[in-house]
Write a protein that binds this ligand. Structure first.
Ligand SMILES: Nc1ncnc2c1ncn2[C@@H]1O[C@H](COP(=O)(O)OP(=O)(O)OP(=O)(O)O)[C@@H](O)[C@H]1O
Ligand code: NI
Length: 266
């Protein structure tokens, strides 16, 4: 039994088709995979493929016209609204893709303290500073309003806010988008450290190359479905060990490998 287990998860949206009839537009179909404690699973997929929707389905924050099918379980228990309310920030935390999740009117220090309180932790200013140092942030960043931070600093601030309650499951949605190489490395190695400390980490990204050095397994999405789940260590050589042809094509299409454009399009 995986720590986080998704079985036949689907996500769609109901839309009016005319005045009365409603129609469901399916975005995600039949996704099944798990994330164990101690591992980092990278969920790879094209832009607009539904990766963020899956993250939002796990946390129960989809819009009201969304229809979610299948089951999402944490340690064997189905996540319902009450459980999510209880677990959010403590047992499970989301690092959202959009920087707009930071409150523009509140200094970062306060936002961290609030997140700590939600997770049942009273944080003094010393422990907030210690947390920030892990993400390469200083006291000035803590005292800043979000708009005063660079994009990279804001992303790292969101990581700090998400992990303040020491959650067992961290879902990080494109946490490196807009970051330079050094910031990227900082964020991804921090996620790796969390996995090494026994947390279950789901890293959502469109970059296979970026995720591979940090991931244990890679879940590859294609056309709203799960194409395959591969071991990160199988992305070597000509990709002979990879089970999926599509995963092999993605691997070959990386700049460091022989480019196979025809296959990558399949
Ligand atoms: N509220 C909604 N109603 C209808 N369709 C939606 C809604 N929210 C998202 N979608 C659609 O779902 C699809 C998947 O969006 P999602 O943001 O999950 O993709 P993604 O894989 O995270 O992309 P990116 O890599 O760009 O972040 C998109 O085509 C989007 O238009
Ligand atoms: Ni997204």
């Amino acid at each position: 039994m995986s720590f986080l287990r998704l079985d036949k998860v689907s996500v769609g949206f109901t839309r009016y088709d005319g005045l009365i009839h409603q129609r469901e537009l399916r975005i995600l179909e039949d996704l099944s995979f798990g994330v164990e404690r101690g591992e980092l699973v990278a969920l790879i997929g094209a832009s607009g493929g539904g990766k963020s929707l899956l993250a939002h389905a796990i946390f129960g924050i989809l819009p009201t016209n969304a229809v979610v099918g299948g089951s999402i379980r944490l340690e064997g228990t189905t996540l319902d609204a009450a459980l999510r309310q209880r677990y959010c920030g403590r047992r499970m935390a989301l690092v959202p893709q959009s920087l707009s999740h930071l409150d523009p009117m509140t200094r970062c220090r306060k936002q961290i303290a609030w997140a700590g309180q939600r997770a049942g932790r009273q944080l003094d200013s010393g422990s907030i500073n210690t947390l920030l140092v892990r993400y390469g942030l200083d006291e000035a960043a803590a005292n800043a309003f979000p708009h005063q931070l660079s994009g990279g600093m804001a992303r790292r601030m969101m990581m700090a806010i998400a992990t303040v309650g020491d959650p067992d499951l961290i879902v990080a949605d494109e946490p490196t988008s807009g970051l330079d190489a050094e910031n990227c490395e900082n964020v991804l190695s921090r996620l790796r450290t969390l996995a090494d400390a026994g947390k279950a980490v789901l890293l959502i990204t469109h970059s296979l190359a970026e995720a591979l050095p940090f991931a244990n397994r890679v879940a590859v999405m294609k056309g709203g479905r799960l194409d395959s789940v591969e071991f990160a260590s199988d992305f070597v050589g000509g990709g002979e060990a990879l089970r999926s042809r599509f995963a092999r094509a993605l691997w070959s299409a990386l700049p460091q490998n022989a480019f196979s454009a025809a296959e990558a399009k399949c």
